[in-house]
Design a protein around this ligand. Structure first.
Ligand SMILES: *Cc1c(COP(=O)(O)O)cnc(C)c1O
Length: 359
């Protein structure tokens, strides 16, 4: 069986050199005589892996020294609750509602205090990033929350809100390390690994040190940032294998010229697909031009029947997981870091042919 071009929104493609390295090291890692899956998380060998992963992440994302890095479990979805539980003091935060993931974060925060929605793009199926007016921001908010890249709807912020002294918190699950992000602008960043960083199982949290404090009373130990931070992500057994795989992805990103190098390739890939969507008489992108994502590109034809025909024929030709999210319909191509330029060019060639054949 040959490998396909996998446009899945997540879990998604991993770089082939990373998979091959995992295969090579799977049974016997280095001189340890065992697999990473089998070793103690307190062993010297694993210590080198987790510390190496953090060091590379810090280097690649240019994370300042006053930020803590944590490798946690529970996915992005656990962060929706963990953030309010740890950051709520006035028990109030501002949110921009740009899709399902923002909505879930709002719902979780509402359980612990006031989740104030200051802007939303729900009126047009989240196909744009709303304009934010500073006078709507709450001065006494504990944080200001955005979903940086909206995986389902294919939008992203190209300009960040200026929240002054209120810490900016961002869900970067689907754009971590795909473009340069200035960590200094944020109080907290988090991402599940399974889109751009590695296999599912590890969640990365990057948090300004001074924001780590006593959580609200009743917070379980496992949901307390200071516990994980003080223990260097080794309070309990971390997702060892996922951290190891993420480290290999970081090494691959470094080889690709770092986040800057990868961003240039991502801009090229997205450009190839958007240029065709803009020129096509059959396929149309669904997102407002200025808010288009580099990672997730939703598009449609004029009918559900034609969409279904396209998805079927594309799948048969080795372009898989192009079906759009159930709330948007149509198609979505997720072209994360690991998708090569060739995968996108070949998809566009296939779309061009489909357009001619189905006139
Ligand atoms: C996938 C995704 C999530 C959910 O992540 P889980 O790890 O499945 O909990 C949250 N936010 C965004 C932006 C995502 O793309």
């Amino acid at each position: 069986m040959e490998r396909v071009y996998n446009f899945s929104a997540g879990p998604s493609m991993l770089p082939l050199p990373v998979l091959e390295k995992i295969q090579k090291e799977l049974v016997c890692y280095g001189n340890s005589g065992m697999s990473v899956m089998e070793m103690s998380h307190r062993s010297k060998v694993f210590e080198e892996i987790i510390q190496g992963a953090e060091k590379l992440l810090r280097e690649l994302m240019d994370i300042p020294d006053n930020y803590k890095v944590m490798f946690l479990q529970g996915g992005g979805s656990t962060q929706f609750a963990m953030i309010p539980m740890n950051l709520f003091k006035n028990k109030k935060a501002d949110f921009v509602k740009t899709g399902q993931w923002a909505k879930k974060a709002i719902e979780e925060a509402s359980k612990f205090g006031t989740a104030n929605v200051i802007a939303s793009s729900e009126d047009k199926t989240y196909s744009y990033i709303p304009v934010l007016h500073k006078e709507d921001f709450s001065k006494d908010a504990d944080y200001f929350y955005i979903t940086y890249n909206n995986t389902i709807y294919g939008t992203r912020y190209t300009e960040l809100p200026d929240t002054g002294d209120v810490p900016l918190v961002a869900d970067i699950s689907s754009n971590i390390m795909s473009e340069v992000i200035d960590v200094n602008k944020f109080g907290l960043l988090f991402a599940g690994a399974q889109k751009n960083v590695g296999p599912a199982g590890v969640t990365i949290v990057i948090m300004r040190e001074d924001l780590i404090s006593e959580p609200i009373s009743g917070t379980p130990t496992m949901l307390n940032y200071s516990i994980h931070s003080n223990a260097g992500s080794l309070y309990n057994t971390p997702p060892c294998f996922a951290i190891y795989a993420a480290k290999l992805v970081f090494e691959w990103i470094k080889d690709m010229g770092g986040v800057k190098g990868v961003q240039a390739i991502n801009e090229e890939k997205a450009g190839i697909l958007y240029d065709y969507l803009d020129a096509s008489n059959m396929f149309k992108g669904t997102v407002v031009y200025k808010d288009r994502s580099l990672m997730n590109i939703p598009f449609v034809t004029k009918s559900d029947e034609l969409n279904a025909k396209f998805i079927k024929e594309a799948t048969d030709s080795g372009f898989v997981n192009l079906k759009g999210h159930r709330t948007v319909g149509g198609m979505r191509a997720s072209i994360y870091n690991a998708m090569p330029v060739e995968g996108v060019s070949k998809l566009v060639e296939f779309m061009k042919k489909f357009e001619v054949d189905n006139k």
